[in-house]
Design a protein around this ligand. Structure first.
Ligand code: RB5
Length: 146
């Protein structure tokens, strides 16, 4: 599984922790920045990560800002992106199993490092269950295509 990561200034340190975990667990990942706590606009980072996922080069994305909300709102503007803002592991698991989410967003000012790593690990190991959930995703795709 190849993971594309991105963050704004608020999410920088938490993103570093997540990358540390991905390296320890030998996951392939690319850091799309930013690489400091200097102020940036989160939609610019979303564009990079989301395009990498939509291109098929990366299986999923992880986006981190202060609350995870801005990243989530911006990512979900892109057709084909299903971004889930998660603050605990149960939602992260369901985001994959039920919603086939392809982007996880988290808030560094909301979620501590240990929990965030747990959420990311859960998101990366869970997989889409299909079945009845396919029908629901097809209805979302129909909305996108209106
Ligand atoms: C930056 O201060 C903050 O607004 C941003 O990281 C994020 O929380 C937006 O949703």
């Amino acid at each position: 599984m190849k993971v594309a990561l991105g963050n704004d200034h608020a999410g920088y340190l938490l993103k570093e922790s997540i990358i540390g975990h991905l390296n320890t667990t030998r996951r392939s990942c690319k850091d799309f920045g930013v690489l400091s706590e200097e102020s940036v606009d989160y939609p610019d980072i979303v564009a990079l990560v989301v395009k990498a996922v939509l291109s098929g080069e990366y299986d999923c994305g992880i986006l981190i800002c202060g609350t995870g909300i801005g990243m989530s709102i911006a990512a979900n503007k892109y057709k084909g992106i299903r971004a889930a803002l998660c603050g605990e592991a149960y939602s992260a698991r369901c985001a994959r199993e039920h919603n086939n989410a392809n982007v996880l967003t988290m808030g560094s000012r909301v979620t501590g490092q240990g929990l965030a790593v747990d959420i990311a690990e859960t998101f990366l190991t869970a997989s889409f269950e299909g079945g009845r959930h396919n029908r629901r995703l097809e209805k979302i795709i129909a909305i996108e295509n209106k």
